[in-house]
Design a protein around this ligand. Sequence first.
Ligand code: CP
Length: 358
Amino acid sequence: MLSTKQKNNALTAHATNSKGQRLSPIRLLDYTHGKIDEEALAALAGQSILNPRQFDRRTVVAIAQLAALLESRNVEMDKPLDGKIAITAFFEASTRTRLSFESAVLRLDGKVLSVPDGQVTGIAKGESLADIGEMFNTYGDVVIMRHPDTDCLDEISKNLERPLINAGNGSGHHPTQALIDWYALLKWRPELCSPICPEEKKVHLGIIGTPGSMRAVKSFVRLALMFTGAVKKITLISELADPVGLDLTEPIEESPIPIEITNDAQEVLSQLDVVYVNSIAFLGDSYRNLDARYKLDASSNLKPDAVILHPLARNDELSEDLDETDHNLYFAQAAGAVFVRQAVLVAVLDRMSALGLG
Ligand code: CP
């Protein structure tokens, strides 16, 4: 019998999650015949990544293809980010986003200037983000920023001339998290890549959360609306009567995907193929737990083959007794973060040639 370590090595060139489903990048690469959509990736060179609306389905799949290549091969010897400096400027708490970005850069031979807590910058003395942006122009080649203010992207962009990657702006967006979510789904079911997915492979997405005030949920839905040939229905489950928020109103109205809103999780849970859950909302200047009355555990009325995504950190809404089950896609989702962020950085910093691409 194979040990867990041997099984992991058969799936990927790198270590992966310890519990829940383990996802093979090879299945995704095989489904797309090993092809990487280099044209879609080349269009990201020098670009900031601020809002998922700047993507289309083709670009999301291209980033997933490159992430799968990076996950399935040892590319460290190619040193694709050699000579590049990434600044990670975090003015709000993070476990996964900052550390996976930093790991992504360091594993590809780039260097990192890390601000794990914005209060150690001149912000503590009243300095503006715009002035900090001016300084960053000479300190690094790309800036990855998280900030509690939704308007922070405009503020730092007044002077910043380097590509800016939004790592979460208040209740705004978290675009690279959404790419990670979709990377997990595309590895789990590669047929979702197809503009016309086979009927039996299409998914009914259920989202327990309030996209209007949860940036990760909002960005996930924004990308979901692009997969019109793969998503057969979206059900939003929230304690709020109108959980959608301004940003998504128009894309939802224009989408051919049927969207329903309910506050009754029990009514729909057994119909869902994918359940995306989150409860942490950033409201004003503090965190609140919205929708925390909807809790998932091993006794929840889930379809036998349903999978759960969660951007993490979790609270009581997602019980640890699900961790050992095949419903657990959330640890594999988190494990894919380094490779998606590597793919984004290689494309934005125009280093695909170091991998023999572009
Ligand atoms: N998913 C996510 O954004 O996690 P962190 O808050 O730990 O970065």
